[in-house]
Design a protein around this ligand. Structure first.
Ligand SMILES: Nc1nc2cc(Br)ccc2s1
Length: 247
């Protein structure tokens, strides 16, 4: 997978050089290209923003630098087209299902904005011939879209074949479509069996895989009811057995 990111703070993406994503890049599973938006702002101050038409607070990112920057990225591969992802509090929710959809894409282009956002004509221009998604990582406002891109690149990158290794399958992730969709993962334990008077639940030491699976599902349902009751309401009743219903 190729990922391009255009930003006025490309240094913000240094974390993409470490840990899981950094190793995926070293192994050629992920190819990340960072671009400084100001390289396409040609005035002496390399200006990328201006006051909003219609008045109002803050500044809006100018269309010209973004247009030239996106054109330059598109020119990198004339035979392919990236899916453009615009982080914004006004977008569709970023979910595990959407992360999986993005993980199947060969090329993603992230356009994190600052200020009040990007002049709307930019995505109107590209939306006529490319897939452009406005995506929110949550109902809060950041100072810019860069942190949202870090979140999405990690959530997508870990799903790429070979990144998690054999030890861990993303199929068991919280929110993954199927068994765990709309369910939070339950508590986890490791050695020692007793720590400061706290013992590991006996069932987990029993070696009885069927009972352990049952216990884990019960705990997942309990945690979901406690922390995200609205997800339980979205659970497909067909996936609940009579034991679940007694919880
Ligand atoms: N939650 C989010 N806040 C913001 C702020 C800006 Br400015 C750009 C993108 C995003 S996504």
């Amino acid at each position: 997978m190729r990922i391009d990111i255009i930003s006025i703070f490309p240094e913000y993406f240094a974390p993409l050089g470490v840990s899981l994503i950094g190793k995926a890049r070293e192994r050629g599973i992920l190819d990340v290209h960072l671009h400084q938006l100001r390289d396409w702002a040609h005035d002496v101050h390399r200006t990328v923003d201006d006051t909003p038409y219609g008045g109002g607070p803050g500044m809006v990112m100018k269309p010209e630098p973004w247009g030239e920057a996106i054109d330059a990225v598109l020119a990198a591969d004339q035979d392919a087209r990236p899916r453009i992802i615009v982080p914004t509090p006004s977008g569709v929710p970023f979910t595990q299902r959407l992360a999986m959809e993005y993980a199947a894409e060969p090329w993603l282009l992230f356009t994190p904005a600052r200020y009040e956002g990007i002049d709307s004509r930019v995505m109107a221009e590209y939306g006529s011939r490319l897939r452009v998604d406005e995506v929110s990582i949550g109902d809060y406002v950041l100072a810019g879209g860069e942190a949202a891109v870090l979140v999405m690149v990690e959530a997508v990158g870990r799903l790429l074949p070979g990144v998690l290794g054999n030890a861990r399958s993303a199929v068991d992730d919280s929110f993954a479509p199927g068994e765990m969709e709309n369910l939070l993962e339950g508590p986890v334990y490791t050695k020692p069996p007793e720590w400061r008077g706290h013992e590991v639940p006996e069932i987990l030491l029993s070696g009885h895989h069927g009972k352990i699976a049952r216990w884990r599902r019960d705990e997942a349902l309990r945690r979901t009811a406690r922390n995200r009751a609205e997800l339980l309401a979205a659970l497909d009743p067909a996936t609940l057995d009579k034991h679940d219903r007694r919880l």
